[in-house]
Design a protein. Structure first.
Ligand SMILES: Cc1ncc(COP(=O)(O)O)c(C=O)c1O
Length: 1010
């Protein structure tokens, strides 16, 4: 029948509603595969959904649905579900005659308000968990329900999905292969599948049938709607369907499914044998979906709804095909609280009865105990990245350690997050951004080259290869063992290629036989000679390689599949000691560290290693750092670390002794400054630098009055706080002290004066403050400002402002101080110092953060004249300022900026990033302003009335952190995202940043204000 002749208009729907139900309301059309559905809106009420069937709809089928809903209403406590509204004659199903004289069935159900799943962005673990939870509750509520229609033949029933085989000819190539692969898998599992527990289930929690609460932060699933696909089938099919749709549009489909499974299990406990079929059931639902789409494209080319889910269904089906079904099963088991691998318990029981010695594994080595070597990401033993990348050094260090522990075998590594795998080759993009494969799954035994490795138990050779090509294992042997009714495998990596490849697959090895010999690098695939020994219960589909390291988010699955090899040896020194948790650290801080110290992020992170523009947490997770302008030339830059280490090994004293380091640093700094600024004082922090600068100004002018900007911040010392409006006008502050004079934040975007030509207007405000000081009968001491006001929200000084302000201040006899603590040392790109952007020369410049790259080092530069007047006889002594170690570090930083052309990098990458951010601002109007210079940028979020959007800014920073990108927020209204990364930040990093910003800006919480 022609689709147009089936259609019901909204006017007709409203008439039907009125005639049949005596209800007046406004109808609007909703999508639907079979029925014609209308949303009925009634003022101040939730409203209804009116469902009008196609002609000749089977009444038994409709009766089934209505009875089912009524059953749920009675049995489903804690459950929201549509309620059946009876017509004016008390019928749950009514009948009408349409304009073509056809009989149509009509039903009215209560409306469930909220958002349809498909419109919810982001769909996070908690939401998917609640989906599972609700579906589980519904299955529970349907327990005991039956109806003849529940036993019908139904194409969307996963149990009946093999009909799709008859339509394979519609597909070709990879798609055909995938479909037939899953069909065959499903068919092969038929026997045990048919015995799984059955019930009437909803069977269609697809992305248009799930209602989510309207709250934009932490939303949850309210209800499943549309019970038209309910059927009596294996319960696991219902789980599979919820998963099949909820995993669409996620990079890591398996990870996305786990939360749904966990949620389902929490309200409707799933059985182990059901989980065995879940992977295939998910696949078969998708197989049905794409097969239906394939058929419908031919049958009803106009009905676009039928095609809606085809694309994401194919995408996810292809991804699903790449996932090991066994690994998925083990992951589902962990999600439901079972052991990841069913053999884990058997192995533990068996091995608790056994005792093996290291001399069984290495009979030629007469040692029984081990020295535990920590190679984790936080290990001080491995030191700087450049050290562990130096294989000769590594070998030397191992030998030294061996000498110090000559009676022991050096060993360790089980479940260690290792930095060795932090190269991007081990990264993948998961559902939360970059994930690093870093968790080591075996134990390493560090022994000399050619040490013989012997078999602990009888075994059969499964893998015997040279794996050096992948720089993983070198010679690799995997043996299969059969003990008391179960199997397991042992893996031996980093062997000599000759001894490892000398086997025929399937050949047997007896307990005590020599398996192979340890190789040396490079033949063994990585460092100094050692054995990587791993136990595993499954080989999955690996025939050559097997992961020796795993992703942190899969650690619970992998540690079950690959148990601790020390279970065999029971060596106390190899036991994983209890580590201090983050909560322990937080608790101690709260009790014993300053009460006004803050912690970044709602869930604080513990960072244990820095590397360039990345920080690494204790789990080996890498974060892209867009915040830290202190790690100026990159976290733990090798040249800077080396400079500090070398000097501290010699001497560190105060500056009363002669040392060339202090002179060298002075020379390096002066090369970057205008000739007028040529006298230096070295101090230990930005605060100390500003404290000294203000002292100098007072000594020079004899005046105490200081002019500073609104929302300026200049440090934590007494004087600094007194001139920091950010502090004294903020929480806990008591307003400006008598001698501090604040002029309005020179913000051309949302400040007192707006637009481009506001420089002079703001400068006049400085002049006002000068007048103010004069009115009080006093003179100006100093004017202090940052070239881009950081805490103010990355406020660029408007053109002409600084020039004019300096002129007014100097005319009044005051000194001009440029606070370059945040912006200095090449970050601005166009210029080395911020003041140079404005064509002025200050009397005093204060330098901090970047100069030491994390080491406490700061400086004050001034003119000869200022220095002369300050040196009034009172000695300036600073215990640490200018010490040889700090100066060596500062020199290394400045030389690195020059050698690696980092100022140019800040310019190029900064301009690129700014351009891309402006593009983004065109797409998302809540980005009101993008500003800044070089790699010191600000993104200000406002609504259409220029009101600040602090909640959105905070949301964005936290969501970016969820994706492994660190960002900070600032500004008087907390609505500015600051971008000020180490200036080794690359274009690729900028692209990654933009990619995730674009992703988060599209999320509901952000778009709801656009
Ligand atoms: C502009 C500015 N000046 C001075 C300081 C104080 O520096 P420090 O924290 O090293 O004492 C800061 C610190 O954030 C700053 O941002």
């Amino acid at each position: 029948m022609n689709y147009d002749n089936l259609k019901i208009s909204t006017q007709q729907a409203e008439n039907i509603l009125s005639e049949v139900f005596n209800i007046e309301g406004n109808a609007s059309m909703l999508p639907g595969e079979v029925d014609f559905n209308f949303r009925i809106k009634i003022q101040n009420e939730e409203g209804y959904i009116l469902k009008i069937s196609r002609p000749n709809e089977d009444v038994t089928y409709l009766d089934f649905q209505q009875k089912l809903l009524q059953f749920v209403e009675t049995n489903g406590q804690n459950l929201i579900a549509p309620k059946v509204i009876k017509d004016k004659n008390g019928n749950a199903i009514s009948e009408i005659t349409d304009t073509y004289g056809k009989q149509r069935k009509v039903r009215l159900l209560s409306w469930i308000s909220g958002r349809v799943w498909s419109t919810v962005n982001p769909q996070l673990d908690d939401l998917r968990f609640s989906l599972g939870e609700q579906c589980g509750l519904l299955t529970q509520a349907l327990h005991g329900f039956d109806h003849p229609e529940a036993q019908r033949e139904f194409a969307w029933d996963v149990a009946q999905s093999l009909w799709t085989k008859d339509h394979l000819h519609l597909f070709e190539g990879v798609e055909k292969e995938i479909l037939s692969n899953f069909q065959n898998k499903f068919e092969a599992l038929g026997n045990s599948y048919s015995q799984l527990r059955k019930s009437v289930v909803h069977n269609d929690a697809n992305d248009n049938n799930v209602i989510v609460s309207s709250t934009l932060i932490n939303p949850s699933v309210k209800a499943a709607i549309d019970y038209g696909d309910a059927i009596h089938t294996q319960v696991i099919n219902d789980v599979a369907i919820a998963c099949a749709y909820a995993i669409m549009n996620h990079n890591d489909a398996l990870d996305a499914a786990l939360a749904v499974v966990k949620g389902y299990h929490s309200t409707f406990p799933l059985q182990e044998e059901e989980l065995l079929h879940l992977y295939t059931a998910i696949a078969m639902r998708l197989v049905i979906s794409v097969t239906k789409s394939g058929m419908n494209k031919i049958a009803e080319p106009d009905n676009t709804y039928l095609l809606i889910s085809e694309k994401p269904a194919w995408e996810v089906l292809k991804k699903w095909n790449d996932i090991s079904d066994e690994f998925a099963y083990h992951s589902f088991r962990v999600a439901c609280g079972f052991t990841g691998h069913p053999n884990e318990e058997k192995f533990n029981n068996w091995s608790s009865q056994q005792q093996f010695h290291l001399s069984d594994l290495f009979p030629t080595v007469c040692k029984v105990d081990v020295h535990h070597l920590d190679l984790s990401v936080s290990s001080k033993w491995i030191g700087h990245q450049s050290n562990f990348n130096d294989l000769d050094l590594f070998q030397f260090k191992i030998e030294q350690l061996q000498k110090e522990n000559s009676t022991k075998i050096i060993a360790g590594g089980y479940l260690e997050p290792r930095p060795i795998y932090t190269s991007t080759a081990y990264d993948k993009i998961g559902n939360k951004g970059r994930e690093s494969r870093s968790i080591h799954l075996g134990v390493d035994f560090w022994l000399p080259e050619q040490t013989a490795v012997h078999a602990l138990f009888d075994g059969e050779v499964m893998i015997a290869v040279n794996d050096a090509g992948d720089k993983e294992y070198g010679g690799l042997v995997v043996l299969k063992h059969q003990v008391e009714g179960f199997e397991f495998y042992t893996l031996y990596g980093h062997l000599t290629v000759e001894s490892a490849t000398n086997y025929k697959l399937g050949s047997t090895i007896k307990k005590g036989d020599c398996i192979a010999y340890l190789g040396n690098y490079p033949e063994n695939g990585n460092w100094a000679p050692h054995l990587h020994f791993q136990i595993l219960f499954s080989l999955y589909n690996y025939t050559v390689d097997f992961p020796g390291v795993a992703y942190n988010n899969q650690i619970d699955v992998w540690k079950s599949i690959c148990p601790d090899p020390n279970i065999l040896f029971k060596l106390e020194t190899l036991q994983n000691n209890e580590k201090i948790t983050n909560q322990d650290l937080i608790d101690y801080r709260k009790q014993h560290l300053g009460k006004s110290l803050s912690l970044q992020y709602k869930v604080p992170i513990k960072m244990v290693r820095g590397s360039g523009q990345y920080l690494v947490d204790q789990f080996g997770q890498k974060y892209l750092d867009t915040v830290n302008n202190v790690a100026h030339v990159g976290h733990e830059h090798a040249a800077v670390v080396k400079a500090g280490q070398e000097q501290i090994a010699l001497i560190n004293t105060n500056s009363r002794y002669l040392h060339e380091n202090i002179n060298t640093l002075a020379q390096e700094l002066l090369k970057t400054l205008p000739p007028e600024l040529n006298v230096l004082h070295f101090v230990n922090s930005g605060s100390e630098a500003n404290e000294l600068a203000i002292r100098m100004a007072k000594a020079n002018t004899g005046e105490r009055d200081i002019i500073a900007s609104e929302v300026g911040y200049h440090g934590n010392a007494n004087m600094c706080i007194d001139i920091s409006s950010y502090k004294f006008d903020g929480k806990g502050g008591k307003g400006a002290p008598e001698h501090t004079h604040i002029f309005p934040l020179p913000d051309a975007f949302r400040g007192k004066y707006r637009g481009k030509d506001t420089g002079e207007q703001y400068a006049k405000e400085v002049q006002e403050q000068i007048k103010n000081i004069h009115t009080k009968g006093r003179g100006v001491g100093a004017f202090i400002i940052e070239p881009i006001i950081s805490c103010g929200g990355q406020i660029e000084l408007p053109e002409g402002f600084l020039n004019n302000a300096y002129r007014y201040v100097r005319d009044a006899g005051g000194l001009c101080i440029s606070d370059e603590v945040q912006v200095g040392c090449g970050r601005m790109g166009k210029t080395f110092w911020g003041f140079q952007l404005h064509d002025v020369v200050p009397d005093i410049v204060t330098i901090g953060k970047p100069l030491g790259n994390g080491h406490p080092l700061a400086a004050v530069v001034c003119t000869q004249e200022v220095a002369e007047k300050f040196a009034n006889g009172m000695e300036y002594f600073n215990t640490f300022g200018g010490n040889p170690v700090s100066c060596a570090i500062g020199t290394a930083v400045l030389q690195t900026v020059k050698r690696e052309k980092l100022q140019e990098n800040a310019l190029n990458v900064g301009e690129f990033l700014k351009h891309e951010l402006k593009q983004l601002a065109n797409e998302y109007p809540i980005i009101g302003d993008v500003r800044g210079q070089g790699l010191f940028l600000g993104i200000e979020l406002v609504d259409s009335n220029m009101n600040p959007l602090a909640a959105q800014t905070d949301y964005l920073a936290n969501r970016m952190k969820d994706h492994g990108i660190l960002m900070s927020t600032d500004g008087p209204d907390h609505n500015v995202l600051k971008v000020k990364p180490p200036i080794v930040f690359t274009k690729e990093n900028a692209k990654e940043l933009i990619h995730y910003l674009r992703k988060i800006f599209a999320e509901n919480f952000m778009t709801s204000h656009q």
